[in-house]
Write a protein that binds this ligand. Sequence first.
Ligand code: NIG
Ligand code: FE
Length: 410
Amino acid sequence: MLIKNIKLLVGILPQGVTRLSGEDMNRLNTIENAYILLENGLIKEFGQMAQCPDYKGETINAMGKMVFPSFCDSHTHIVFAGSREGEFLDKINGLSYEEIAKRGGGILNSARKLHETSEDELYAQALRRLKMVIGFGTGALEIKSGYGLSTEDELKMLRVIRRLSQTTSATIKATFLGAHAFPQEYKNGREDEYVDLVCNEMLPKVAAEGLADFVDVFCDKGFFTVDQTARILEAAQKYGIRGKIHANELDFSGGVQVGVRYNALSVDHLEASGENEIEALKNSETMPTGLPGCSFFLNLPYAPLKKMINSGLSVALATDYNPGSTPSGNMKMVLSLACIKMRLTPAQAINAATINGAYALGLSHSHGSITAGKVANLFITKEIPSVEYIPYSYTEPIVDTVILKGEIYK
Ligand code: NIG
Ligand code: FE
């Protein structure tokens, strides 16, 4: 397929760049009046229209439109049952996320619903959400378990994720999040027994079926401690499974430090982060990932991503799409929140949502930029005046055509 007369081709990187850090995050490489040629699901070549090859196959005229690499959403929970707008009302009436969780709401509420929902029904619900987020421009995403909280239901969720990845052309990575919350019967003193269950029963089964690329722990106040997180990361290491940690959402939990200590691929949330967390992340291979949709929905502080970038770090952005803290999977909205609330520039936000998101998915060799040889996951915009217009026009849909693996999706 050839896409020609592209007003602006955005997000070009040389081969071998795995993530952008510090000042480099503010640079977006572009070509005006460009073409891009896709072959066998990959990006074959691109350049200025003056050099456009004479191609006779399927051709799209993108006059007035821009082409971007698809968003890489490195943190989602899109497999869940039903929704939780009842808690939305509780929050409006003044209850905090932790108070709702303490009353058996929150994650345990979703776990109850998931337990009662068949695998087929879960798949159908998640597929609807997946199609929606692909329409928003996402071409690769991570999906977590974590609403099972029993061996059987965690496996059920992971099988649904596997089925989603087998039946769509988006690229999907699966994360085992058995340590998302303590089931009611393990609260009040038996918490470590639940960690035993995660390490000694769930993880071996998940690994034996090859159901997870990563492991996650909700390391935070009222949830899993640093020691419990370390135990789970250590157990996962034996299977060669790296961590992607829910860290520092509710408190300075030590989640960032323990994540870095075990070479987690990413530490996510970071609403409660300061100098110590930034120091811990320097010279590490761990990608700090902001989830501004969660801050927006829960009225939490925003993670200090700008400060992290100014300290020379890389940062990624993801949606956190889930029924409790972020019922939205729209990466464009994430860009807007990152610009408006975190003061990232549009270039920083776009790099965080593409190449650095790909890094946090373990996919930056194949996704996240316009690079010859990478998977041809891209989107063509509607006619828009500038790159900055995308986060600025914060509710206007800007995706015109989605291309996954070199083919038009929709
Ligand atoms: O990333 N913080 C932990 N987990 C989810 C929320 C889960 C829920 O409330 O259902 C999150 O925000
Ligand atoms: Fe999350």
